[in-house]
Each structure stands twice: as structure tokens, then as C-alpha cells.
Ligand binder design. Structure first.
Ligand code: N01
Length: 561
């Protein structure tokens, strides 16, 4: 692996007179493929990446237990069958080090590194009306101009760090799971607190409890967690998937309610019936079957479990009973059992010995649903006047999802309007791909896209192709810019809200709807109308000359044709 200097990567490209075709922000799963694809199309492309390595999520998140909870054979690129055939996944659900190796392998195998400027955090991206170019500036003071800016900044990449009173006074160590030290942390013999009980914490807690002398978990909302049932990758399963990849990928893309639950040691057929149409016996047998197969398979049953309260109640009570059965102390079991919001509406967590960890003597659960954390003292965490003394605090407090990463630097479109002002009442996009007033700026896995309910690697691959087709179309037609009309953006926002409100998702305070961040949700932050419908909208627009978008004036050379 060889990394390149900023100057090598830019090689004098990206000046106002010789702009890049595309400048891609972020070298995670979406940015790497965007780079590959734009180059394949003969467009010049570079990636600016804030980190000192590629891999995005898997570069930053290195906390104990960090692994993907979509099957490895699915959570990988589909664009190269050679890559699909040659990569040897070692576990059913790959752990962070293996995923990071995979994305590094992709960067090497497709010779992407010479076009990736690492340690280059974007400070601003400003649309220059006179030239019709994006001027992008890094925190290091580097400047580049590009015709198109592709934001591959990640949908779970802006960590949420609550500012508790007194944090600066704490005399011990503090860590956020999304900024985990590369060398790891040894908690042996230490008293550790963890704040948060989402997917991240559910993975970390069992391992922290094994190492720390004592672990205190501060829980505001109990999650629904199901066993992941990770194992070594069975050879015959890997071979089977490899042989059948085209069909598996087709089904992932075409069978709605989110391809990311389609693969589960077999291609379980999507159940299209109502949960209320079948007998209780049949329903429970299916729940049991999916629970035993592990992971996110619980989503792939009876679509009305996420839309109809009565149907949902059947799976909610099933999962509640499963939790109670795993915890010895009935009082702790009750605290761990979610009530007051429907199962599946906060993202299901996948666990390995999560609930059993509360049966250990060295683990304390502190319920902060009524009394929030008051402050952090010199010695620990204070709740309702009681101080929990610890040596280290781990914040597993999640992310400002979808829109968060795009609002952490200065993006300005036409008339100098800042994206944060355009989105002051909530993120608004057309097709989750562009925002009005921000010409030639494309978003991958962005707000208004279906990414929370779809396999994000596959979604970004397909979005990148849509963007590539769009650029080719503009170039073919001699058009300089594309941007959605504000009417189309309004319509898309309405569609997102309508689709969301037809589900039970707004009933939970989750990142799906922005409700985990104060003042943000619940909003139609994503498209919940199904992946098929999403692509119907995107294709219909493209097939009709990018209906809903305004295309910039034809260039002089195009006019002369
Ligand atoms: O974040 P979260 P996450 N005081 O938002 C609590 C993906 N992911 O990093 O629920 C006290 O789910 C908050 O409490 P509440 C996956 O898509 C995937 O765990 O808001 N507590 C919650 O318990 C996942 O859904 C994988 O009441 C506070 C927790 O912090 C997404 O990332 C692994 C608080 C945050 O949970 C996000 O997961 C990990 C406060 N002020 C993550 N603020 C895999 O693929 C927040 N909390 C396996």
C-alpha cells in the first residue's frame, strides 16, 4: 500500500483554468466507488479525505466488538465480479479489521490511491457563479476547482457528542466510539462507564465487561436487540453465494423493503402477507425461525409490522419475551425490555451475549430514562445526586445522521446561500441526490435517499451510476449545470414525509428520523417508500431529460452543433 502526497494526487489539476471534472469528498465505501466509476467514464476525478486512510466508517470506528451486522457476502461491492469472487470473507459478519482490509484492498486493486488525497479535510465548497465551478478549500489551505462536486461524506459519520456539564473536569479517560484510538484501549482493572445503548454499545458492552473491573451502563432508552449469531464463514456457503451472485444482487436490488435483510444464510423469500392474516401459531413459528437465523432477518417478515400498530404489537411482544428470558434478575430484565415504542422503528441492534452480560457481577445498569445525567464530576457520572465513580467514560452516543456530515463544513450554492440555511427547517433534497440552489453538487447516501433501509454500498453504487449517466447526458447535450427546481424538491420532501407517516418509524426517537438530535426530528429525513419506488422516480426523471431539474444554458460549442 502506497499513499500519495497531496501534490502528487492533484498533479497541477483543479485550477480555475483547468478544473477537475469531479471532486469527490470522502474515501469511504461510496467515495471509492465514485472515483473508480468516474475514471472509467473518462472523467478526471480526485478524492479529498479527512482521515489518514481510506474506508470511512471502518477507518474511524475501531471500538471493541465493532463489526457489520449485514452479512459480509452482501455488505460488499457488486460492481466487479472478479472482486466478489476473489475476496475471502472469514466470518459471516466481518469485523472492523477485515472490513478495513477489504476497502484498502479495493483501493489497491483498482489503483485508486494515486487519486486520493488523505489528511485533506474539506473546509468549504463554494459554487462560483461566474465560472460555474465548485471551489473547494481544505483546512490545510489547498484549493481546487471542479465542474462537479460529489459528496460521499457518509450518513453515519458525524459523531454525536453530547456536551454534559463538567466533562472537562473529569480526571479519567474519555472516548467516543467513533474516534477510537488506533492502538486500542486496555481497560483491565479499570472501572468503566458507557453512555448509550444503541447498536454500537450493544456490540461493545459484552467485551468491555470482560475486560473492565466494573462496567456501569447508562441507558436512556432500551433497544430491541436480537442475536447476531456470527460464525466462521462456512466454505460451502461462500461458494454458493459466489456462484449465484448475479441472482442474489438482482433480488437485493429488486425485492423491496431494503435489500440489506434479504441475505440471511439463505435467500429467505420476502413475506408479503399481513401479520394479522395468519394464525398466531404460524406467525410465532416464523418469528422463531427468523430469530434463530439471527441478525436483521426480523425485518424481512410481514411488511405491516412497520406500518400497522396491531401487526407490530405481535413482533414487539415476541421480542420483549426473548429479552426477558435472557436476563436472570427480573428487575433488570424489565429495565432492559423496551416499552413505549414499537419494535423495528429504532434500528434493531444485533448482539453477541448482550443481555447475558447483565447477569455478570461486575456490570451495573443505570436507568436514566427519568433522571438524565446531571453532570460529569472529577470522578465520574452523576445522576439524581448519586456519583458513579469511574476511571474511564465511553460515549456510544451515535451520530447526527444523514445531513450531519454535510453541515459540518461550509457549503454555499447560488447567491452564496449556505446549505445550513437552505436546510434550516430540515434537510431537503430532490431524489436524495441534489439540493435546489446547489448546482452540480451530488449527494451519495444523503438525506432524502432510502439509505437507512437499504444496503448502503449497493445504494451508493447505483447512485454513482445515476450521477455518471447524468454527467454524460449534460456533456452530450452541451449543458453546463443541473439543479433541481425548488418545486421538485418540495414534492420530494412531501413524498418523503408521506412515506414516513405511513409507517410507525416516527414513533421512536431514532436517527432514522433525526429525533436523536435535539431540534432535528422527527422529519422525513430519508425516503421510506421502498427501494423499487425510489429507483422508479430516479429513472423516470432521467428518462425524461432529468424532469424536475433545471439544466444550465447550452455552451457556445453545443449551440454551434
Ligand atoms: O447510535 P444510536 P449507534 N444522554 O443513535 C444514547 C449503525 N451501526 O452508534 O436512544 C444519554 O443508535 C441514545 O439514547 P436514546 C447502525 O445503523 C451499525 O449505537 O437516544 N444517552 C442511544 O442509546 C446504528 O443504528 C453497526 O435515548 C444518550 C445511544 O446513545 C447506527 O450506526 C454498529 C445521549 C446512541 O445510539 C447508530 O448506532 C454500530 C444523552 N445525551 C452502528 N445521547 C453494525 O453494522 C445519545 N444517547 C453492527
Amino acid at each position: 500500500m502506497q499513499d500519495y502526497s497531496f501534490d502528487d494526487v492533484m498533479k497541477g489539476r483543479g485550477s480555475k483554468d483547468a478544473p477537475l471534472d469531479t471532486l469527490i469528498v470522502g474515501a469511504g465505501m461510496a467515495g471509492l466507488y465514485a472515483l473508480y466509476h468516474m475514471r472509467e467514464r473518462g472523467l478526471s476525478a480526485v478524492v479529498w479525505e479527512a482521515g489518514d486512510g481510506v474506508g470511512g466508517t471502518w477507518h474511524w470506528n475501531r471500538y471493541p466488538g465493532c463489526r457489520v451486522d449485514i452479512e459480509s457476502v452482501e455488505y460488499c461491492y457488486s460492481f466487479s465480479d472478479e472482486l466478489q469472487q476473489e475476496w475471502e470473507w472469514t466470518e459471516r459478519y466481518a469485523a472492523q479489521p477485515e472490513l478495513l482490509r477489504y476497502f484498502n484492498h479495493v483501493a489497491d486493486r483498482f489503483d485508486l490511491r494515486p487519486s486520493i488525497a488523505l489528511n485533506t479535510r474539506v473546509e468549504s465548497a463554494i459554487f462560483d457563479e461566474a465560472s460555474g465551478l465548485w471551489k473547494v478549500t481544505s483546512e490545510n489551505g489547498d484549493v481546487a476547482f471542479a465542474r462537479f462536486c460529489i459528496m460521499a461524506t457518509g450518513f453515519l459519520s458525524a459523531p454525536n457528542q453530547p456536551q454534559f456539564k463538567g466533562m472537562e473536569d473529569f480526571e479519567g479517560e474519555q472516548y467516543h466510539t467513533a474516534f477510537w484510538p488506533r492502538e486500542g484501549v486496555d481497560f483491565s482493572g479499570k472501572r468503566v462507564a458507557i453512555i448509550g445503548t444503541g447498536s454500537t454499545a450493544v456490540q461493545a458492552i459484552p467485551l468491555l465487561a470482560q475486560q473492565a473491573s466494573h462496567l456501569t451502563v447508562f441507558q436512556r432508552t432500551p433497544p430491541f436487540a436480537v442475536p447476531l449469531r456470527n460464525c466462521e464463514m462456512p466454505r460451502e456457503y461462500l461458494e454458493k453465494v459466489r456462484a449465484e451472485y448475479p441472482e442474489w444482487r438482482r433480488r437485493e436490488r429488486e425485492e423491496s423493503f431494503g435489500g440489506w435483510v434479504a441475505v440471511n444464510f439463505e435467500y429467505a423469500d420476502l413475506v408479503t402477507k399481513s401479520a394479522l392474516e395468519v394464525s398466531e401459531e404460524e406467525r410465532l413459528a416464523l418469528y422463531e425461525d427468523r430469530w434463530k437465523s439471527g441478525g436483521l432477518a426480523m425485518y424481512n417478515i410481514y411488511p405491516d409490522t412497520v406500518a400497522d400498530p396491531e401487526a407490530n404489537a405481535t413482533i414487539t411482544s415476541f421480542l420483549q419475551e426473548k429479552i426477558r428470558a435472557r436476563v436472570d434478575d427480573p428487575e433488570i430484565a424489565e429495565l432492559l425490555t423496551p416499552k413505549g415504542y414499537p419494535a423495528l422503528t429504532k434500528r434493531l441492534c444485533c448482539d453477541t451475549n448482550y443481555y447475558e452480560t447483565y447477569n455478570r457481577d461486575n456490570v451495573t445498569l443505570v436507568d436514566i430514562s427519568q433522571d438524565a445525567i446531571d453532570h460529569i464530576s472529577k470522578k465520574g457520572v452523576v445522576v439524581a445526586g448519586k456519583e458513579y465513580e469511574v476511571d474511564a467514560i465511553v460515549f456510544a452516543t451515535g451520530f447526527d445522521a444523514l445531513s450531519g456530515a454535510l453541515l459540518r463544513f461550509d457549503i454555499r450554492g447560488r447567491d452564496g446561500v449556505q446549505l445550513k440555511d437552505h436546510w434550516s427547517d430540515g434537510a431537503r433534497t430532490a431524489l436524495g441526490l441534489m439540493a435546489s440552489g446547489f448546482p452540480n453538487m451530488f449527494l451519495l447516501d444523503g438525506p432524502g435517499s432510502p439509505c437507512p433501509l437499504f444496503q448502503p454500498i449497493l445504494l451508493s453504487e447505483d447512485q454513482v451510476r445515476w450521477v455518471g449517466d447524468c454527467i454524460s447526458y449534460l456533456d452530450g447535450e452541451g449543458r453546463s449545470t443541473i439543479e433541481p427546481t425548488s418545486g421538485f424538491e418540495d414534492d420530494w420532501l412531501d413524498l418523503c414525509s408521506t412515506a414516513l407517516n405511513a409507517t410507525l418509524f416516527p414513533q421512536a426517537n431514532s436517527w432514522y428520523v433525526g429525533a436523536n438530535i435535539e431540534g432535528k426530528g422527527p422529519v422525513g429525513l430519508a425516503y421510506f417508500g421502498g427501494i423499487n419506488n425510489y429507483w422508479d422516480h430516479c429513472r423516470t426523471s432521467a428518462d425524461n431529460g432529468y424532469a424536475g431539474f433545471t439544466l444550465g444554458t447550452k455552451t457556445a460549442s453545443a449551440m454551434a452543433k
